[in-house]
Design a protein around this ligand. Structure first.
Ligand code: FE2
Ligand code: FE2
Length: 365
């Protein structure tokens, strides 16, 4: 199977990571804001309802619109003095604690890590906005176009909400990580609607739902939880659109096309996972006296690495790909050995109980 970014890979024990260290290259990737995206536009003269399930989803989307400015309580406080993200949900806060850092430093670390993660989600939202705009052109059926158009509005709202949250409550928006930029460009430049739908709607939307749920479960901040809950509801609809579209694609696909899609899904997700937050650790690690390599070495060598690493993938992406027939015996071992797939998804509560007994990701402390 094709692996992406091969010249940025090296091994930590058995685990192969993707890492960008050349600041000039990272800057070049970020500065590349004009992207050639070849696109076939399709008219349709069928205005009646053709795909009932898509029309239903479109109707659901209309009913569930919300206003990021007026439906959220922007007066609610967010502060570095609170655990805006639970200590066990922040890799850096855990490491700071292991090294004997005080609680204030751990809280600040959790705050910064959340800020970084939200920034990456924000850049992902922009890619979703661009990509759905493309889908309104590239899809062939009116029900797909209508749905994609409604998703454009959703993504605009997500950008608004996340950007305002960071501007008003956190003070910073971190630049996009190099690995993420490469992968999002890959989707935006994909030549056909099927690959775009698979890439954005199934892979990235599915992963986002998993991440949003973890964040929501790990915060007590009222404004943050309310915002994430609303965004997550929209994203679940987007992931459903991906599955409904892809179900029709795989039904008609030749074995060769199935293999191609299966490989594409693996290569994108494997690369995202292979970064293991190194892009983040290079930015925030030094501030807290952490060596990015050490952190990733420790995490990937833990006996239960796959249990927590697979959380965001086992939530939506992997079940959906399995159901679509896009994870088969041919690729399953790859997903497993990368720590993205387990027999059963453990809940956050289960992982927390294990950690309390000294078995968790950082349970040794
Ligand atoms: Fe979104
Ligand atoms: Fe979305």
């Amino acid at each position: 199977m094709k692996k992406l970014m091969t010249d940025h890979r090296h091994k930590f024990g058995d685990f192969e990571v993707i890492e960008f260290v050349d600041e000039g290259e990272i800057k070049r990737l970020r500065d590349q804001i004009n992207v050639d995206a070849p696109l076939d536009l399709h008219w349709t003269w069928e205005y009646g309802q053709e795909v009932e399930e898509l029309r239903n989803l479109y109707e659901k989307g209309k009913v569930n619109q919300w206003n990021a400015e007026s439906d959220l309580d922007w007066e609610a406080p967010v502060s570095k003095d609170e655990w805006v993200l639970a200590p066990d949900a922040s890799m850096i806060a855990q490491m700071v604690k292991l090294m004997g850092g005080d609680e204030a430093t751990q809280k600040a670390a959790a705050f910064d890590e959340l800020n970084y993660t939200l920034s990456q989600l924000l850049h992902g939202e922009q890619a979703a906005l661009e990509l759905c705009g493309q889908l309104t052109n590239a899809c062939t059926k009116m029900d797909e176009k209508l749905y994609a158009a409604s998703q454009v509005t959703d993504e605009a709202r997500h950008i608004e909400a996340l950007a305002k949250f960071m501007q008003r409550k956190m003070g910073t928006i971190y630049p996009i990580g190099a690995t993420l930029k490469v992968l999002l460009d890959e989707l935006l430049q994909a030549p056909d609607a099927e690959t775009k739908t698979l890439g954005m709607q199934c892979l990235f939307e599915g992963t986002a739902v998993g991440i949003f749920e973890m964040l929501r479960d790990s915060s007590d901040n009222a404004l943050f939880v309310d915002m994430i809950r609303r965004v997550e509801q929209d994203e679940a609809r987007h992931a459903a659109f991906g599955v409904l579209c892809m179900r029709r694609v795989v039904r008609d696909a030749e074995p060769e096309q199935m293999e191609k899609m299966e490989d594409f899904a693996f290569s994108i997700m494997e690369a995202l996972n292979a970064n293991q937050q190194l892009d983040m650790l290079h930015v925030l690690g030094p501030k807290y006296g952490l060596d990015p390599h050490n952190v990733v070495r420790i995490a990937t060598a833990l006996p239960n690495f796959a249990d927590f690493n697979s959380l965001m993938f086992m939530h939506t992406v992997i079940p959906n790909l399995k159901a679509l027939g896009l994870i088969t015996e041919r690729t399953e071992e790859g997903w497993r050995s990368a720590g993205m797939m387990t027999d059963r998804r453990k809940t956050l509560a289960e992982l927390r109980a294990e950690a309390a007994q000294g078995m968790g990701p950082f349970g040794a402390n």
